[in-house]
Design a protein around this ligand. Structure first.
Ligand code: UDP
Length: 237
């Protein structure tokens, strides 16, 4: 398997074609960005840690019967994945109130809720990934009601599996963002990454923030927090 041309460069990852048209290489960079790209920095070693965390999580999800685009690790920054047509939507899952929901509705961060909240956002940096609902998504031709049902059914399973995984290492999964893509034969599969860049993770005892909010809010020790999440995942029982 050979790496070919770069065909997409995002804020934190580069994607390369390979000589197999069904496979891509995902390269995890050290770049961090927040507030829709306004705040940027390089966090040395972040790409390596996020590649490893994403790998552990996708492997754990596979054990729970949830497929993702992950095929195998190639080296410390590169993973081999299935080539998908990415559906330009982000699904945000909230188990505890934080971030944009806290601001938008003026609800104190850390407020617990009786049910899980599922949000849909348009994947569009120029527009700031605006919130939309399923009817908007279908009307805009981005997806179908059937595919949305499938994505949300998988999202419920993913949240349950991730909550269990993190609870096991004394971390509260506050919220996270996931993306899906479609294979050539129309199967919907979990894509992108799941890491402290895309999740809010709080130590369940101390409430210490172990995710990208350390960068967004200038809390310091960003890499140490990511490393701690990785170490706990590696040492889980
Ligand atoms: N998130 C993400 N990418 C985005 C937007 C959000 O990975 O483009 C993640 C974010 O890290 C958090 C969750 O989705 O874990 C919910 O984010 P929120 O809507 O609160 O927005 P934020 O305040 O992080 O911009």
């Amino acid at each position: 398997m050979q790496q070919l041309d770069l065909f997409y460069e995002g804020k934190a990852k580069k994607i390369y074609h390979t000589d197999d048209p069904d496979l891509i290489i995902i390269h995890f960079k050290d770049d961090a960005s927040a507030f829709n790209g306004i705040k940027k920095a390089k966090i040395k070693g972040k790409g390596i840690i996020n590649n490893e965390i994403t790998t552990i999580i996708f492997q754990d999800l596979a054990k729970e019967g949830i497929e993702s685009h992950f095929v195998k690790g190639l080296n410390e920054r590169d993973m081999l994945a299935k080539k998908l047509d990415i559906i330009p939507l982000e699904i945000v899952v909230r188990n505890v109130i934080s971030g944009s929901m806290s601001k938008r509705l003026n609800i104190k961060e850390g407020t617990t809720i009786p049910n899980t909240i599922y949000e849909l956002c348009l994947k569009n940096d120029k527009l700031g990934d605006p919130l939309l609902n399923r009817h908007h998504a279908v009307a805009l031709g981005l997806t179908t009601y059937e595919d949305l049902d499938e994505m949300f059914a998988q999202t419920v399973k993913i949240n349950n599996a991730l909550k269990k995984l993190f609870a096991n290492i004394n971390i509260t999964l506050v919220d996270f963002k996931i993306e899906f893509g479609k294979t050539k034969d129309g199967k919907i599969i979990l894509a992108d990454e799941i890491s402290p860049d895309s999740c809010r993770l709080w130590d369940s005892t101390t409430k210490e923030i172990l995710d990208k909010d350390r960068f967004r809010r200038d809390l310091g020790d960003v890499i140490q927090a990511y490393q701690q999440v990785l170490e706990r995942l590696k040492n889980r029982k």
